[in-house]
Design a protein. Structure first.
Length: 201
C-alpha cells in the first residue's frame, strides 16, 4: 500500500495526497477529509522517513544519556520527553554507557536517523581531551546539539549547567539555620567542592 493507491481510491492527484500528508493548507477541508478517510479504510501508514525528507524535518529529537538508572538522568529524560511531546516532537533515546567509542557510535546512529537535534543528558559527554569532542563539534555544523549539565564551546551547541556549588551551599546553609545535624558524605569526584561550600563563611 502506497501513496499511489491512496490517490487512485480517493480520485485525487498524488500531489493532493502529498499535500494532505504534509499538512499543506492549500487543500479544501472536504478533500482533506476524503483523503484521510481513504487512508484509514486502506490502512495506509505514511512513510515517516520519506515525509521527513519532503518537509526537511523528522519532528524527532535524539536523546543520549550515559546511565538511565541514575535518578537525576531518569528525571531529566522524563521532563525532556514530556516537553518534546507537548511540542509534537517524538524522541529516540540511546543509553550509551561511558565508553567514548560507544557514545560516538550512538551519536552517529541518531544522525543517520535524520533527527532534528541531539540532546546529550548528563555531564559525561564532554571529554577531557579536546580532540575527543570533535565528533560533537563537527555534527553541530549540521544540527543543533544541546548539553544538559555539560558545557562545550562551539557554534550551534547549547549548554545548560547546574551550579552545584551554589546548590550545596544553599542547602547546607538552610539545614544549619534550622539547627539540623548534618552528615557529610564523601564523594571523591566532588568532595572538595562540597567541603568548600560547607565551610565558606
Amino acid at each position: 500500500m502506497n501513496i499511489y493507491d491512496v490517490s487512485e481510491h480517493a480520485g485525487v492527484s498524488i500531489a493532493t495526497v502529498s499535500r494532505v500528508l504534509n499538512g499543506n493548507p492549500n487543500v479544501s477541508e472536504r478533500t482533506r477529509e476524503k483523503v484521510l478517510r481513504v487512508m484509514d479504510e486502506l490502512g495506509y501508514t505514511p512513510n515517516v522517513f520519506a515525509r521527513g525528507l519532503g518537509l526537511d524535518t523528522m519532528q524527532t529529537i535524539g536523546i543520549m544519556c550515559s546511565d538511565s538508572s541514575d535518578p537525576y538522568l531518569a528525571g531529566a529524560i522524563y521532563y525532556l520527553e514530556r516537553e518534546l511531546r507537548s511540542h509534537s516532537y517524538d524522541s529516540i533515546l540511546c543509553c550509551t554507557g561511558y565508553d567514548l567509542k560507544v557514545k560516538q557510535k550512538y551519536f552517529n546512529l541518531l544522525r543517520s536517523k535524520r533527527v532534528d537535534a541531539i540532546i546529550l543528558a548528563g555531564s559525561k559527554f564532554v571529554e577531557l581531551r579536546p580532540e575527543d569532542n570533535d565528533y560533537i563539534l563537527k555534527a553541530a555544523a549540521e544540527i543543533p546539539v544541546m548539553l544538559v549539565n555539560g558545557y562545550l564551546e562551539g557554534k550551534n551547541i547549547y549548554s545548560t549547567v547546574c551550579d552545584d556549588y551554589a546548590a550545596v551551599y544553599d542547602a547546607v546553609s538552610r539545614l544549619i539555620h534550622y539547627g539540623s545535624c548534618i552528615f557529610i558524605p564523601v564523594i571523591p569526584t566532588a568532595a572538595s567542592t562540597r567541603w568548600t561550600a560547607i565551610n565558606q563563611p
